[in-house]
Write a protein that binds this ligand. Sequence first.
Ligand code: ADP
Length: 392
Amino acid sequence: MKILVCNVGSTSLKFKLYEMPACEVFAQGAVERVGSGRDAIVSYNNNHTGARVDLDGQDIPDYQTGIEWFLQELTEGPRAALSSVEEIERVGFKATLSKGHFGVHEIDEAVLDGMKEWLPMAPLHNAAYIKAIEVMREVLPEARFVGAFETAFHREIPMERKIFGVPYEWYEKYGVQRLGYHSASHGYIADVLNKEKTEYAAISCHLGGSSSVCAILNGKSVDTSFGMSLESGLIHANRTGDIDCGMAAFLRGQGLSEQEIQEGFQKKGGLLGISGVSNDMRYVIEAADNGNIRARLAMEVFVTGIVHYIGAFYLDLGRLDDLVFTAGIGEHSARIRRMVCEKLMPIGVRMDEKKNEDCHGEGVISTANSAVCVRVIPTNEELGIARRTYEI
Ligand code: ADP
């Protein structure tokens, strides 16, 4: 069965075409900087023949044009991997959230309505997905559409970790609760660990543009750092992490408009907000090394947040067998991994400096006598989505 997996960003589209259940990637492509005038970057790769194309300076004014560009490459001309779009039986979306739909769902009007209703929880992400799904449904009228929601893996988090200290009717009436995100990534990490063992306690640290920590017991998420909206948990590239809700009221009282406050929380916060340098950890580290105090502070706030959650989850799990680093920062920054692990010495974590520095890709980076096996596992969110879309 051919399954097309779509990862939609606020200005980007990423595609992978899988043959399932073989988990083989037939073709993949990306369209970045959608709606930027003549500044878009497009790429496409036929994984069978190796034929590829990379172009920049393209005019991709909207999602429709981006989707049509990819499907044309997929089915026509020298790089085609399919004879027609009808071969695509299912389309799986790494969708963010939909009110009342927490797991993996076939996308119908009710699911789309739920996405619209919970737009304020993930304004940039949900708006982009709604648009992309609408376009895709027109271009691929025969295919089945599946939303593997980013909240799916956390559905069985126990109530005591799900419920916030707000009037209980808000949970009943509005669904106010800890939802959690990064299900495709933490779920993929659990898939990897599940192949090795059935009984284990692990903590998965997805550290990227958005970051979260997830406690996994015997293959299931039992807690996560994200709360209800994407502006929670660890600090992210541009978004605030945990803050107290009184802050918004206080800032309103200081004369800031609602828009200024939302921009501060969603676009001008996080690594960028603290460092004043960049939302990219590579530049933050570079600036810190050149003596920039705020950049150093941003690194420390980031690491402290990770350690806080690991400490809390460790006590809650009662033990820790595996600590996993994944995503852009988790996979590539030996520096951040070292800063985290140094603070975990009291729970018996012993990092092997050389293994950590030498780790490029998958590997164990703890010493033989470490109480916890510390490992790097490159995430594969698309494969997780392809599997969930196939299973439905
Ligand atoms: P997203 O969450 O947007 O999917 P990724 O998981 O690809 O992003 O992570 C992107 C982030 O990873 C970049 O913003 C950058 O901060 C970080 N990153 C990538 N490589 C490195 C590196 N070598 N050192 C530090 N940070 C890195």
